[in-house]
Ligand binder design. Sequence first.
Ligand code: FAD
Length: 369
Amino acid sequence: MLIKATRLSKQGFDVLVVDSNVRYGGMWRSRVIKGIEIDQACHNFESFPNAYKVLEKYSGVKFVNRVPQPRRIHINNPLRSYYPIQKIIYALFKVCFLFIQRIFTVFLRLRCLNRNRDLHIWEEIAYLKLLFFRITFGRKIKHPSGGCVAFIGGLIENTKASGVKFASDKVLSIDNYHNGKLSLKFSSKNEVVFDKVYCSASVICWLSLVNQIATDMKNPSYIIQFYGLYEVVGIIAPQSVYIAYENNPVLRRLTVMDSDSAKKYFVEKRKILVSVHFADNIRSKTDRERIIQNELCAQHLINIAETVTELSYMSPSYYTDGKYSFLQASDSTRNFKVVDTIGGVAEALFKEENPNGFYLVGSFNDLLW
Ligand SMILES: Cc1cc2nc3c(=O)[nH]c(=O)nc-3n(C[C@H](O)[C@H](O)[C@H](O)COP(=O)(O)OP(=O)(O)OC[C@H]3O[C@@H](n4cnc5c(N)ncnc54)[C@H](O)[C@@H]3O)c2cc1C
């Protein structure tokens, strides 16, 4: 959303970013615990041909290869690379299957099997191309120097420098005004009319859209996530460790906090901070700490004897529905789309800025899997 705000401001619009949180940056905002500035969740910038260039441009922060590279751990198998060849084989089979299905349906004129066929095939082909890129040229995943804290800090600074104004307030409702304008009511009791409003995924969780403005919104689904932050004496200095777990009933992601502030803390106390995305709500704090202790030992990040202390446990939620985009919009309140990854947004932005360039995202629809 901050990138969108920067772009609008550069196009000459008067832009105001409103956030109910006093710390800006949305899901990527940093937080301060024990005087250490760290990420509030596990983050990774997926690999797209142009995404890192775009993100560098908007944040002013250099992206370098992640060391170590992110890992993907399958519950039934040992370690897998983050972009395993199995994924491309599976996608290839899927495309072949869809083509064969298409040939059959045309041949036999089975209209009942015909629905959305072209869309599916083209989306799968776009995904296949992206996977091919990822297991060949795009295998190396990059990360901002100074971690995500430096990235989001740079992005906020650059957004402000481009003339965007910021306000900390909560939007309570969006209502039709007239002449296509929209009226926003804030918790500060202010009511302001805007020409256009762009909302992000998490805003839609909490907003009331009155007078049927968002007529397209069907079956919204909220995803609630469970995040814990842990402190423990580490064996090695904080690196940008990122582990994704597949089919694991307990864990989804694990990262070691790697901001400059976290590195300084390690030098002083020999302790690392670890962010964990749980697959479900583990109710007992003792259970959560035990799970994390075992996992950190298994990953050789701590000694078995070290006590893991939970610093926080929270459940951020966000909205998912593939239909609505804040970047595409002519009337954005009718057109929300949750774009799954920052890398995907950046790649789509590259396409917008370089229509004749080489990119692997055909349209925003291609991003949604
Ligand atoms: C926990 C988590 C981890 C993620 N990790 C990754 C990742 O590693 N890599 C990746 O590419 N993508 C990741 N994503 C997805 C990515 O974060 C989102 O696509 C991205 O944050 C969208 O940015 P945004 O600015 O549109 O909205 P958001 O980041 O959702 O920010 C919206 C802001 O709106 C504010 N807000 C909400 N309601 C109101 C209201 N009524 N009034 C005023 N303000 C309000 C919130 O406080 C929030 O700050 C993650 C998402 C989540 C939830």
